[in-house]
Design a protein around this ligand. Structure first.
Ligand SMILES: O=C(O)c1cc(=O)[nH]c(=O)n1[C@@H]1O[C@H](COP(=O)(O)O)[C@@H](O)[C@H]1O
Length: 231
């Protein structure tokens, strides 16, 4: 059983074998893992099952966005896979989020259900291009409030938005945040990074961390250092 660690390791691998080899170097008592679109499209439910067999709690990051009935079915399928967390796009709307939440009602082991507001890759200009004129921050605020009002467990957000969202959505709302870099490690292609301690102080509850752990010579040591810095 996984301890309640704030670290979610992003298993961003094209090949299931590589993802499982990395998982073998991690301790399911100290981290959770994230399976995204590329790995799942190649490896399918078998990858999730293999990770669960090794004791990991799995965040299935497929960002569902479709008509309510279809998203409800997809979320139920994720729950049947035994994942710990699953996500949808909040821009699918309140009825879609209701359908997703209701699909999990009565499930023996419902995953945490969270929503993506605005992707951190999207700028104000990108939003204007699709007819959204209020800017990213206002759109994040609007979609996070909608997510909260429709009873989901939290949102994916950037650290930049975390303090505002913690205030808006209350202490029990999951704030799941990528772009985390331990002090002194490379930023890679992340534009705005914060350290684990800064993220925690901003109100982040779960930190999605990929390359600083998966590309380290000793992934376990990086995990230990991060947990130590937070303790
Ligand atoms: O949905 C995500 O997880 C995500 C959203 C986002 O806005 N930015 C972002 O970096 N991510 C993911 O977070 C992980 C970050 O990985 P590293 O940059 O290697 O730590 C990757 O799996 C990204 O796809």
């Amino acid at each position: 059983m996984t301890a309640d660690s704030p670290i979610i390791v992003a298993l961003d691998y094209a090949e299931p074998e590589a993802a499982l080899a990395m998982a073998a170097r991690l301790d399911p008592a100290r981290v959770r893992v994230k399976v995204g679109k590329e790995l799942f499209t190649r490896g399918g439910p078998a990858v999730v099952e293999a990770l669960r067999e090794r004791g990991f709690q799995v965040f299935l990051d497929l960002k569902f966005h479709d008509i309510p009935n279809t998203v409800a079915g997809a979320v139920r399928a994720a729950a049947d896979l035994g994942v710990w967390m699953v996500n949808v796009h909040a821009s699918g709307g309140g009825r879609m989020m209701d359908a997703a939440r209701e699909a999990l009602a009565g499930h023996a082991a419902p995953p945490r259900l969270i929503a993506v507001t605005v992707l951190t890759s999207q700028t104000d200009d990108d939003l204007r291009e699709i007819g959204l004129r209020d800017g990213a921050e206002e759109q994040v605020r609007r979609l996070a409030a909608l997510t909260r009002d429709h009873g989901l467990d939290g949102v994916v957000c950037s650290a930049r938005e975390a303090a505002m969202l913690r205030q808006l959505c209350g202490p029990d709302f999951d704030l799941v945040t990528p772009g985390i870099r331990p002090a002194g490690s490379a930023g890679d292609d992340q534009r705005r990074v914060v350290t684990p301690v800064q993220a925690r102080d901003l109100g982040v509850s779960h930190m999605v961390i990929g390359r600083p752990i998966t590309r380290a010579p000793n992934p376990t040591a990086v995990v230990d250092d991060i947990l130590q810095s937070l303790s």
